[in-house]
Ligand binder design. Structure first.
Ligand code: HDD
Length: 701
């Protein structure tokens, strides 16, 4: 039942003030300022505007939203947020990269953070996860080493926001438990198209405890409604320079335009008595629980629907802690989690100070009261004459379990306490093989290219030679391909036989939207004076009806004039944008092709879109223009049966009147009309065949 205590998103806006008002300017202590040009005081305040950035995950962006549960988990837990299906729990979610500093680019190859703060009626619950379900290390003790190795090298502070350097790969070779996650980091998962198109994983094993005191082990998973999609590497590299805020802006744009990103919330559950029944240890964060062995049950949904009001006070000051759990949820002996429970709280003390939990973005929105006092920057005023328990007034008493008090699960402990690692923890390659084997051909190709790029940037032969040898523990052809590219010694036989097994849920291509969609896809329409207005506007309407974000890109931003005299004001002019920032491009016919044919940027736009495997559409006079750039003569041109429309590797072309071309009735595989075929191609995200067949870099898989 919804109770009065239910938390609301509005509760998070309590301290928000509006600067865009006629209220006069004052000092921090309230006196009105009469002159801003000859007043020194502000400088001193300005000098102190910075706080330390996060030691990892410094670069990030965030949004508000809600979590809704569809299926009560009362058989597993007493946590209100996981049993009450009538609630809408407010959430704040911060996405991030790991390696780079606060001002680094969004699209670098890296793991993405996926941290969720749920402001539940029983207190804050943080799931501080990543978009990759495993971690580089098994024990938190090694965190400083892995982070020192991945961060810029100490003597030069180079490179920024990249793993492509000697120290990282030196550590990767010497620290074999990293091998599994390393495979994920070299896969397309590490270059997401959007934060809205990636999964989130709690990674660590937590537990759920029900009303009878029974414990189950659990993992938490977020799966995006839009499917899991990635950039291609060359595009990611270029966007890093062309629009370093690409992911930030992408999230804001979707929310501002009402296409709210959504994720299904899933759990994997292992009953306590089955914990030893797996080939891996369920408390080892370098291992997944393969879905075939532990299925995911989807039980809820999260939507992000409000952008932040101010970056610093919300996105920068938000502080997550794995130790923030609510009654009904508990930790486990997962050694990575145990260390994290210490580290996050500790880090907030140095970043934000002892009263960090009082900051508006961090404090709970349910009632809270305790005996904590003082410390720098305390701002809550607690009235009353006791600050200790027990006290003569019985003020602020601890709550027993029956009143919602938190108790730790009374776990049975046996055996010897020692600094040793179990045999299952010592096994480091089976799941690395499982992951690689489960990828599709295009994903495997990308893994080999990623390793090749990374190791090519290592100039110490010890590092790249050892690493290519290490790859022969995973897959011999992979190791051979990478050795050839980076100058390692070609291994002749596998260092470890590949077990040949595959598992469900590891290849990201398995995660496609249940109904194909182009919602929130950025589509460019290139125009110059003389374009065909009817084709332009019919296509724009058709795409917008499907909730795509459409951007006319002109040779200039002053209105561009159509053949028939209509004027369109472009969103941008060609030199101001790049094809990399769009998911697909359409070029209408008309006389404007004459000037586009002489425009180097427009021509490059088309060849680059082709190279980045994107859908390209054109009609009438624009068809030849497209074919010339892409040199489709060398590519087979396929007509769709019974239609005048041609679709060659996602280059969709047709001749005819806009009325007949631009209808979208069926955008599925069997689509025969021009616009519906184009929409179908955009909804598939990329045309992988181009790369697999060597049309892009001349090297077939
Ligand atoms: Fe961590 C930040 C995710 C292991 C120590 N971590 C941080 C953030 C995410 C993760 C998403 C950013 C939170 C935000 O947006 O503010 N970290 C993970 C995952 C891990 C993991 C999924 C493995 C399962 N982390 C990990 C270990 C340690 C840390 C083993 C230390 C022993 N992590 C930190 C930190 C950070 C952090 C240093 C930096 C800023 C912060 O905490 O608030 O304490």
């Amino acid at each position: 039942m919804t109770t009065k205590q239910d938390t609301k998103q509005a509760d998070l806006q309590k301290d928000t003030v509006e600067i865009n008002s006629a209220q006069p300017l004052t000092t921090d202590y309230g006196i009105k300022v009469n002159n801003t040009d000859n007043w020194l005081r502000a400088i001193m305040r300005f000098d102190h505007e910075r706080i330390p950035e996060r030691v990892v995950h410094a670069r990030g962006t965030a949004a508000f939203g809600t979590f809704k549960l569809h299926k009560s988990l009362s058989d597993l837990t007493t946590a209100g947020v996981l049993i009450d299906t009538s609630r809408e729990t407010p959430v704040f979610v911060r996405f991030s990269t790991v390696q780079g500093s606060k001002g680094s680019a969004d699209t670098v190859r890296d793991v993405r953070g996926f941290a969720v703060k749920m402001y539940t009626s029983e207190g804050n619950w943080d799931i501080v996860g990543n978009n990759i379900p495993v971690f580089f290390i098994q024990d938190a003790m090694k965190f400083p080493d892995v982070i020192h190795a991945v961060k810029p090298e100490p003597q030069t502070e180079v490179p920024q926001a990249q793993t492509a350097h000697n120290n990282f790969w030196d550590f990767m070779y010497l620290h074999t438990e990293s091998t599994h996650m390393q495979q994920w980091a070299m896969s397309d998962r590490a270059i997401p198209r959007s934060f809205r198109m990636m999964q989130g994983f709690g990674v660590n094993t937590f537990s759920l405890v029900n009303a009878n005191g029974k414990r189950h082990f659990v993992k938490f998973i977020w799966t995006p409604e839009l499917g899991v999609h990635s950039l291609v590497w060359d595009e990611a590299l270029k966007i890093g320079g062309q629009d370093p805020d690409f992911h930030r802006k992408d999230l804001m744009e979707a929310i501002d335009n009402g296409v709210y990103p959504k994720w299904k919330f899933g759990i994997q559950v292992v009953p306590e008595e089955k914990q030893d029944k797996f080939a891996f240890d369920i408390l080892d964060a370098t291992k997944v629980w393969p879905e075939d062995q532990v299925p995911i049950q989807y039980v809820g949904e999260m939507e992000l629907n409000r952008n932040v009001d101010e970056f610093f006070t919300q996105t920068e000051q938000v502080a997550f802690c794995t130790s923030h759990i609510v009654p009904g949820i508990d930790f486990t002996d997962d050694p990575l989690l145990q260390g994290r429970n210490f580290s996050y709280f500790d880090t907030q003390l140095s970043r934000l100070g002892p009263n960090w939990e009082e900051l508006p973005i961090n404090r709970p929105v349910c009632p809270f009261m305790n005996m904590n006092r003082d410390g720098a920057m305390r701002h809550r005023i607690t009235k009353g004459n006791v600050n200790y328990w027990p006290n003569r007034f019985q003020a602020n008493p601890p709550a027993p379990l029956s009143q919602g008090g938190f108790i730790s699960y009374p776990a049975t402990q046996q055996g010897i306490k020692d600094r040793q690692v179990s045999d299952k923890f010592k096994e480091h390659f089976n799941q690395a093989q499982l992951f690689y084997n489960s990828l599709s051909d295009i994903e495997k190709l990308h893994v080999s290219k990623a390793y090749s790029f990374e190791l090519d940037h290592c100039d110490d032969p010890t590092v790249y030679k050892r690493m290519t040898e290490r790859l022969s523990y995973i897959d011999l052809p992979l190791a051979q391909k990478v050795a050839k590219n980076v100058g390692g010694d070609t291994p002749k036989k596998p260092a470890k036989d590949n077990h040949g097994q595959k598992a469900k849920g590891l290849s990201q291509l398995e995660f496609q939207p249940s109904t194909p969609t182009i919602a929130s896809r950025r589509i460019a329409i290139l125009i110059a004076d003389g374009f065909d207005h009817s084709a332009f506007s019919a296509m724009k309407d058709a795409l917008q009806k499907q909730k795509a974000f459409v951007f006319p890109i002109g040779t200039h931003r002053q209105p561009v004039t159509a053949e028939t005299g209509e004027k369109v004001t472009p969103a941008h002019h060609l030199p101001g944008m790049r094809s990399t920032l769009f998911d697909a491009t359409f070029v209408p016919g008309g006389k404007h092709i004459e000037s586009l044919s002489k425009n180097g940027i427009a021509k490059h736009w088309i060849t680059e879109s082709f190279a980045h495997l994107k859908a390209v559409g054109s009609v009438n006079e624009a068809v030849d223009f497209i074919h010339l750039q892409i040199n489709l003569d060398k590519v087979k041109v396929a007509s769709i049966d019974g239609s005048k429309v041609q679709d060659s590797y996602g280059v969709v072309t047709a001749f005819g009147s806009p009325d007949e071309l631009m209808k979208v009735q069926n955008a599925g595989e069997s689509a025969k009309g021009f616009a519906e075929r184009f929409v179908c191609r955009v909804s598939k995200h990329r045309c992988w065949e181009r790369e697999l067949e060597g049309l892009v870099d001349g090297v077939p898989a």
